[in-house]
Design a protein around this ligand. Structure first.
Ligand SMILES: [Zn+2]
Length: 215
């Protein structure tokens, strides 16, 4: 966090954490201290991706406590697409209609943990992309072992109005160029930024964003 502090103090830069699940139970013990440390170090904006309906109240609480720093997204995370996914999508749709969000996320396809809900994940991803177009919001994509499946849907849904971030990008140089061709920026997380092929992507593309989240 020291380089952030140096950058923030030496310039008028606003440093933004573009992907952080600050409402997670893991942070219940020291959430406020942690957020204050970040703000003191110059990281003053937190973009908060949703997971499923069970986290909505905690997200709203976080926003109430840090109204100048917290910017909420709304969406159904692909690893939480289960048999009740239509109810979960309805929740997302209702919340989107109710109030302002800053992105639809995180959404996408994850075939690492479980492939059994792939058809449902595809429907959820496509549906939420269509809501992003409707509300003119960026999307935040979660992609794990699913580049082909994600690109298939982006190819069908691509449009000048569709844009966003490929969160925690882990693909090849060719996949990076393809993602960028769909108006996506690449999120480079700390976890994978040491992989050689990601360093190659970083040095060869310009549209990337540094992230610290791992989920
Ligand atoms: Zn996440």
């Amino acid at each position: 966090i020291l380089p952030f502090k140096f950058l923030a103090l030496k310039s008028n830069l606003i440093i933004t954490d573009t992907h952080t699940h600050l409402y997670s139970e893991e942070f219940d013990q020291d959430r406020n201290e942690m957020i204050q440390r970040s703000i003191d170090a110059g990281v003053t904006r937190f973009f908060i991706p949703a997971i499923d309906s069970s986290c909505t109240e905690a997200m709203y609480d976080l926003e109430k406590n840090y109204p100048d720093h917290v910017f909420l997204m709304m969406g159904l995370h692909p690893t939480y697409v289960k048999d009740n996914y239509l109810e979960e999508l309805e929740h997302v749709e209702n919340e989107l209609a109710k109030r302002k969000f800053y992105a639809i996320g995180e959404i996408g396809i994850d075939l690492y943990w479980d492939k059994t809900h792939l058809p449902q994940q595809q429907i959820a991803f496509r549906t939420q992309i269509q809501w992003a177009k409707k509300y003119k919001l960026p999307i935040v994509i979660h992609c794990r072992e699913a580049f082909d499946e994600i690109f298939e849907i982006l190819e069908e849904e691509k449009s000048p109005e569709l844009f966003g971030i490929f969160h925690c990008f882990s693909g090849t140089y060719e996949q990076a160029l393809r993602a960028i061709s769909y108006n996506m920026k690449l999120g480079i997380g700390g976890v994978n930024s040491f992989a050689k092929h990601i360093l190659f992507v970083i040095f060869n593309v310009t549209l990337f964003i540094m992230e610290c989240s791992k989920c």
